[in-house]
Ligand binder design. Structure first.
Ligand code: SF4
Ligand code: SF4
Length: 347
């Protein structure tokens, strides 16, 4: 995000405080310094040279970059993107952080290698220039998902969010450039991860027409023809869905409709389905106490629902929810929506 665009956005803030309501960090810390409104005031203070970098850096680092403030902002301030860019500027990726990111990605790379030995299932071959944006974790976990069999695999790079939030702008720009090239060449791009879709949607170089091509997997499933497999262990079980903070509201509505239409399961809406899971990629590693407090709130709400299966559509949320199951002693299965469809449904 360019500096002039950032300033323009900062000046749009009317100080209405609507962004405070759903900010998971404010709910835990009760400190205005860690809200979108507080951060915006501080960034404007920095621009006017009333504050120095040191007085903002720490507060920016505590932001989860969940985008809930952006969702609630009546003035359309692109809060999360401003905070990510400013955080990257004030806390540029150091060698230690880059090493940490490399170490974090090692298990993923190792799983890529193991995939070489996996058998590729037969293809249904409805290939076209509808491209599948296969995220890093999906690439590592599965040589093919059913989305590979329906859509064309394209060599997208990481969506860039892990680079941006860790201050590595160089690799973020590299990933963005490659991904934009592929999007421009496609008629549609299908996502199964809400965070990847959101990160790509925020590429400023994409036009409105390009953005219309970015779709979530449920847009392609005819839910009337889908039913539970005969031998599914979730027959007559209660299933809930955790809405990742980065998930578009319309995508969530479609997922709810899709799950409600599956005969044989009891889809139940969580009391507060978009309560943050608190994990936020590497956030847990840097802020384990705040993260665990948020995770616990989510885990308690899931426990109350008496769900037998928890679904979501973001690998980071999946890990956060599994951690929540452990700390709340509620050992129920958590699955990615993509894997649930593949393993449990007849499509
Ligand atoms: S909701 Fe938007 S306009 Fe209102 S205080 Fe927050 S950032 Fe500013
Ligand atoms: S991005 Fe999330 S954590 Fe950060 S200020 Fe906005 S609501 Fe709060």
């Amino acid at each position: 995000m360019q500096e002039d665009e950032i300033i323009k956005n900062l000046n749009k803030c009317s100080r209405c405080a609507l962004c405070l309501q759903n900010c998971p960090i404010f709910q835990i810390k009760k400190d205005e310094n860690n809200t979108a409104r507080g951060l915006i005031c501080k960034l404007l203070g920095y621009e006017k040279k009333y504050l120095n970098e040191k007085e903002i850096k720490k507060d920016l680092k505590i932001c989860l970059n969940c985008s809930k403030c952006k969702e609630n902002c009546p003035s359309g301030v692109n809060t999360s993107l401003i905070f990510a860019h400013k955080n990257a500027k004030f806390n540029p990726s150091k060698i230690s952080q880059r090493l940490f990111l490399m170490v974090k990605l090692l298990p993923i790379k190792f799983l890529y290698l193991l995939n070489i030995f996996k058998k590729i299932p037969s293809k249904t071959d409805i290939k076209s220039n509808v491209l599948y944006f296969k995220g890093c974790v999906a690439k590592a976990q599965h040589k093919t998902t059913y989305l590979d069999r329906i859509f064309t695999f394209a060599d997208f790079l990481c969506c860039g969010l892990p680079y941006l939030t860790s201050g590595d702008i160089k690799n973020y720009e590299k990933a963005k450039k490659r991904n934009i090239q592929l999007i421009k060449s496609a008629s549609k791009v299908i996502f199964d991860c809400a965070s990847c879709k959101k990160a790509v949607f925020e590429y400023e170089e994409l036009t409105e027409d390009d953005k219309k091509k970015l779709l979530f997997l449920t847009d392609f499933l005819d839910d009337k023809k889908i039913k539970l497999k005969e031998n599914s262990k979730y027959k007559n079980k209660t299933v809930v869905f955790h809405k990742p903070c980065h998930m578009d509201k319309n995508d969530f509505k479609k997922i709810e409709k899709f799950l409600s239409n599956i005969k044989g399961i009891n889809y139940k809406k969580l009391d507060n389905p978009d309560l943050c899971c608190g994990f936020g990629g590497s956030y847990f590693i840097y802020h384990p106490i705040i993260s665990t407090k948020i995770v616990l709130k989510k885990a308690i709400s899931i426990k109350k629902s008496k769900a037998d299966l928890i679904l979501t559509a973001c690998p980071s949320c999946t890990i956060g929810l599994r951690y929540g199951q452990i700390v709340s002693f509620n050992f129920k299965k958590t699955l990615e929506l993509r894997d649930f469809i593949e393993q449990e449904l007849s499509i």
